[in-house]
Design a protein around this ligand. Sequence first.
Ligand code: ATP
Length: 298
Amino acid sequence: MIYCEGLVKIYKTAELEVVALQGLDMTIEDGELMAIIGNSGSGKSTLLNMLGGLDKPSAGKLFVDGKDMLSFTEKDLKVYKRETVGFVWQNNSRNLIPYLSAIENVELPMLLHGKRSRARAIELLTAVGLEKRMKNRLSELSGGEQQRVAIAIALANNPRLLLADEPTGSLDTTTSDQVLDLFRSLNRSTGLTVVIVTHDPHLAQKVDRVVQIRDGKTSAEMIRRTSYSEELAILDAEEKQKMSDSHIEYAVIDKAGRLQIPAGYLDAEEFKDSNKVRVEMEEGRIVLYPPKETKLSG
Ligand SMILES: Nc1ncnc2c1ncn2[C@@H]1O[C@H](COP(=O)(O)OP(=O)(O)OP(=O)(O)O)[C@@H](O)[C@H]1O
């Protein structure tokens, strides 16, 4: 559904230039439920804004459904944002009004697009499990319930792509589990592609693919050994497993053959003070040795 290659984003302010994305490659398949993780400032939100058509890259390729987003006109972008994408933010005050009821909150953006439908608002609030709380004002709902209203709003235009920036950042573990369960059930029942930006390793553990961004580039990818739904069916109790138990870590190789060694590997004594490694091909494996190590023969 989405293909990015060599994506660059430079923010220019009066005094300096910030390179937020520096040649990022990523593919997102139709119907995926995936997460993007990375340290603060690594470029996650910048990437999400590009995917959602809220901002334009400075260079690189960005295709959605085979269409080049960089050649979109203002009108194309408007249509894309209205018909293809839905957004959920950490801070839901950005799109919720506390003194209106849940149902009025969902109807409002429809009204702004000129097609208010009470039936559709009821359907959406039912889909997010709030059928009994529709008439309550937002201020009477819990944080998790408010976040579910925000998701209902994001789904109002029937998007194919849901972009969520730290959607569980302000929620406790139980409530964030509910939000993630909701993403998963929407993903499974409607084929909605869901991309979640998160710091939360607990949440990242529950999606099928996790892409890690470091310094504005994709640095690693973790793909589940078994799909999460399969695992749930078998192993309820193992939910708290560490990510390393449930995912295989892949380092990403870019177009030029460059590879970033996963964080921490080079801290080992033998590698620590060196800026080189010895690379050898051995029986179909590429092996990295410390520069000074002599390989045992025999
Ligand atoms: N509008 C902007 N103008 C200038 N610099 C910006 C702007 N937006 C982001 N940046 C800078 O770009 C870099 C990437 O920011 P971004 O918000 O994408 O990171 P992030 O990974 O989402 O961080 P966080 O997890 O803290 O939200 C940071 O150095 C940030 O300061």
